[in-house]
Design a binder for this molecule. Structure first.
Ligand code: SF4
Ligand code: SF4
Length: 427
């Protein structure tokens, strides 16, 4: 007898587990997190400030084109294999079925309606706790986890985070008890978007039965989480390309020693994914026409832009500007003073310090205390300082000079061009 392989189901459940663990871990490891109260975007461990527009732009465009590329190449595999809504919907269905079976087995002497009520009550209780946990993790994508934990521990439902947590808990509970996979065909726009992005070379799940070998067992329909019949069309909006029907038909037809009738295929007319005939590697992975080369090129462009922008990023940002409300002042000692303002932002995770000095302004002195200016992680500082010099000659009414900044721990130096103004009459 030919061995039966349930590979897609097993693979899908393993990927579901990995995605669930990733969903739990991402906000805690700051891999992707948008901290609304702090106005920070965390990406791949970097703490990005809202002002770092280039990096945030490249990161968002990269993520967006990743979704586009995955849809053009592989259709709705994201829905079937990685979408949290699908993962939790299937888990809630599995939990409900398991509890019903356990209660029936354990309390066989009870009347069926009583068993049903007990199973339902248990299911709602477990799901209520799970909804609190899921809501907590979800809000952690937008609020610092320790801060959120403090609010949860004090049962805070007065602040925005507390109200959001309570609302998301309720939505999660209702979603995974009542809506589940119906969300995919009613609320979620991704299925409709797929219709625009897919074409004749996109991977899909298809029923092919040229020899009319189908035995009408309908196992493919019974296992479908979306409750559709793949034999009607490979383009049904409900189909999430999960391949449960592929496994089901393979199991049935293998018993009959016949080839399976449902497959992953590269488009309606393209070859099957399982086709082992010799083909270049790039066709095997889905790189099948110019459109896909362009999509991949755009994705690589944004990935490179993001890589370069992150590489050029400095943890400590220093800005200096002259304060021209008063052009200059003359001190009791006769020296001429100009005022300047600095802004320092430490966007890194370590304490930093900035050392200021001046160049190309003979006789000048820098009136700044303290110098270096120390700045804690995540802190923004602003302050004024003065530069003074002896009275100038007429040809030195405007002097061009440089303020040097040396930053620790970046070890970066910046030479910032600046002008010094003196009175129009020499003293
Ligand atoms: S599982 Fe296969 S044989 Fe059975 S109804 Fe579906 S397509 Fe036909
Ligand atoms: S038709 Fe097949 S691939 Fe589509 S959702 Fe149902 S089981 Fe999954």
């Amino acid at each position: 007898m030919v061995s039966v392989s349930l590979s897609w189901h097993k693979l899908r459940k393993r990927i579901h587990l990995l995605c669930f663990l990733a969903f739990l871990a991402l906000p805690f490891l700051n891999v992707v997190r948008f901290d609304i109260p702090k106005e920070r975007f965390y990406f791949a461990g970097y703490e990005l400030w809202i002002s770092e527009f280039a990096i945030i732009f490249f990161a968002l465009m990269f993520l967006m084109f990743l979704v586009v590329a995955s849809s053009v190449f592989y259709g709705r595999v994201f829905c079937g294999y990685m979408c949290p809504q699908m993962i939790f919907s299937e888990a809630s269905v599995a939990l409900e079925t398991w509890l019903r079976k356990r209660v029936t087995r354990k309390f066989a002497q009870w009347k069926p309606p009583v068993r049903e009520r007990v199973a339902r009550g248990l299911f709602y209780a477990v799901l209520a706790v799970a909804s609190v946990v899921l809501a907590f993790i979800f809000i952690c994508y937008f609020v610092e986890p320790r801060d959120l934990w403090r609010r949860l521990a004090s049962l805070d439902i007065h602040t925005a985070a507390g109200i959001s947590g309570a609302a998301v808990t309720l939505i999660a509970f209702l979603d995974f008890t009542l809506v589940r996979q119906r969300f995919c065909t009613t609320v979620c726009p991704y299925g409709y978007l797929q219709g625009l992005l897919g074409d004749g070379n996109t991977l899909l799940v298809q029923y092919r039965d040229e020899t009319h070998a189908c035995i009408e067992c309908k196992k493919c329909v019974r296992v479908c989480p979306m409750e559709i019949d793949i034999r009607d069309s490979p383009f049904q909006i409900e189909c999430i390309h999960c391949a449960e029907c592929v496994d089901a038909c393979e199991e049935v037809m293998t018993r009959l020693k016949k080839p399976t009738l449902i497959h992953y295929a590269w488009g309606e007319k393209g070859e099957l994914l399982s086709d082992t005939s010799p083909r270049p590697w790039y066709r095997r992975v889905g790189l099948r026409d110019g459109k896909r080369v362009v999509v991949l090129g755009v994705l690589l462009f944004y990935a490179s832009g993001l890589f370069v922008a992150l590489g050029m990023r400095r943890a400590v940002l220093v800005q200096i500007a002259p304060v021209r409300a008063t052009l200059y002042r003359i001190g009791p000692d006769g020296r001429i003073y100009n005022q300047f303002r600095y802004r320092i932002a430490n966007r890194g995770g370590k304490p930093g310090a900035v050392v200021f000095s001046i160049r190309q302004l003979p006789g000048a002195s820098l009136g700044m205390a303290p110098n270096p200016v120390r700045v804690k992680p995540g802190e923004s500082l602003a302050g004024d300082f003065e530069i003074s010099r002896p009275p100038g000659r007429r040809d030195e009414l405007v002097s061009h000079f440089t303020i040097l900044t040396n930053t620790v721990p970046d070890g970066e130096s910046d030479a910032i061009p600046m002008t010094f103004l003196a009175p129009t009459e020499s003293k």
